[in-house]
Design a protein around this ligand. Sequence first.
Ligand SMILES: NC(=O)c1ccc[n+]([C@@H]2O[C@H](COP(=O)([O-])OP(=O)(O)OC[C@H]3O[C@@H](n4cnc5c(N)ncnc54)[C@H](OP(=O)(O)O)[C@@H]3O)[C@@H](O)[C@H]2O)c1
Length: 272
Amino acid sequence: MRALLPEPADLVDLVETYASGIPGGGDRPFVRVNMISSLDGAIAVAGRSAGLGGGGDRLLFHVLRSLCDVVLVGAGTARVERYRQVHVPPEVQEVRRSRGQAPVPPVAVVTQSCNLDWSSELFRGPGPRTIVLAPGNTPADALQQARVVADVMTVGAGAVDLTAAVASLHDMGLAHVLCEGGPTLNTSLAAANLVDELCLTLSPQLAGCVGGVLLGGWLGSTGVWMARTEADGTRNFRSQPLAQLVPLRLVSLLEDESYLFLRLAAARPPQG
Ligand SMILES: NC(=O)c1ccc[n+]([C@@H]2O[C@H](COP(=O)([O-])OP(=O)(O)OC[C@H]3O[C@@H](n4cnc5c(N)ncnc54)[C@H](OP(=O)(O)O)[C@@H]3O)[C@@H](O)[C@H]2O)c1
């Protein structure tokens, strides 16, 4: 992988590159969103993101996980991508311990329905218990079922109050949040002004995404990760546009086998 910006370099230390600029000490929540998109805006092929990825993208995926305190994911993605607990190699666990982090970051799933597979590895694996973030008005029996295998936090009513959820994670010592999508959750985070950073991999492919550059026009600065193509290709839609565009500033640009890796920071004053 080579760097194109801010300074050209033939070899890049991914850990160093992506650890730089993260607020130290965990004194406030830091939310980083990691997504991959085709050049025309598709975030899934045949319903899953794997078809877009490459070696460099998979490497970056694991590096970002190795740096975070918690992996945040929407229930839709957890279901479709069959989410598991995070795997961290022993040597990386040691590095994390030396930084004062837990050896393995837990996964936190945002859900309204609580319709999750409680028998899956995500909830039954040997790693840290998965956190379930659900609205306070979730039926008691659903919460009870979840509590058997997960740490449950109820925040908000009707939908999860993401500002309160991120603050609660921070209170638990989980200050560095890595959100791995999907677009519904991303859009809600952006609407709540919670996105500090977007790591966007541009896959050198065209997937024919309605709303993308080929079919229907570009969606604006946040459209790349709001557009999606459904599994069967028959239903294409995008989330509600944000009330306000979220401006982003390019921090770095890397390249590997024609994949482009953009690291973009929210161009707004840091949260207090
Ligand atoms: N290209 C990429 O990098 C990438 C990354 C991730 C996902 N994807 C793709 O994205 C697609 C899934 O998209 P999606 O929009 O359905 O994913 P999503 O955002 O992961 O899931 C949406 C679901 O998350 C829950 N949710 C989100 N925000 C909530 C809130 N504020 N309060 C309560 N619940 C909330 C709800 O769960 P309930 O339904 O349980 O109520 C909602 O239906 C898949 O095709 C996946 O492959 C691509």
